[in-house]
Ligand binder design. Structure first.
Ligand code: PAN
Ligand code: ZN
Length: 170
């Protein structure tokens, strides 16, 4: 049997990046215009099209015995009164949970079930947040510094953004 080899990743808090980088996903305002309400503010801010957040996924096989893990960085800022936030998603395999450990910054972890039950948890340095199976999740930076957190979830969980993109949250 060929075993997947143990690996280390390191967070560089000065450069705010993961090493090795793995897969880096960068989301700018243009990638998520439907997530914000204020059309005027969106139009104005699109001229600069800032990076809202990025995340570094460590390269792990998408198998259920593995654990995907990643570092997310949500930058501070607002689009017409709404804080910078992640798109948010359900896991494709809906009954898979996730754990977030907040490393820096201040945020809110907004969650919602398919039955529209909502729950919001505080995110601050040292918070360990449990996202149970079935809950969609989105993070919002409510501070002045980048919000940095570490996430771990089942290897084959996958992401479903479609429902969130179509739905008005909270
Ligand atoms: C996180 C998120 C990450 C980016 O790793 O994927 O914070 O948010 P979006 O995926 O909503 O753009 C996670 O929850 N993974 O399952
Ligand atoms: Zn997730």
């Amino acid at each position: 049997m060929r075993y997947f080899k143990p690996i280390n990743s390191n967070i560089d808090f000065k450069k705010i990046k993961l090493q090795p980088e793995g897969e880096v996903i960068i989301r700018k305002l243009s990638d998520m215009v439907d997530m914000y309400q204020n059309q005027e503010a969106i139009k104005e801010t699109l001229k600069e099209n800032p990076i809202i957040y990025k995340f570094y996924n460590v390269k792990i096989p998408e198998d259920k015995g593995h654990l995907q893990h990643c570092i997310s960085i949500v930058y501070p800022g607002k689009i017409g009164g709404e804080y910078y936030m992640t798109k948010g998603h359900f896991h494709k395999i809906k009954d898979t949970a996730e754990i977030y450990l907040t490393l820096k910054g201040r945020g809110k972890l907004v969650m919602q079930t398919p039955d529209n039950e909502c729950k919001i948890l505080e995110m601050k340095e040292g918070s360990i947040s449990y996202i149970p199976p079935y809950w969609a999740h989105r993070t919002i930076n409510i501070g002045k510094e980048p919000l940095i957190f570490f996430g771990v979830y089942r290897g084959d969980a996958g992401h479903n953004y479609g429902i969130i993109e179509k739905k008005v949250w909270l």
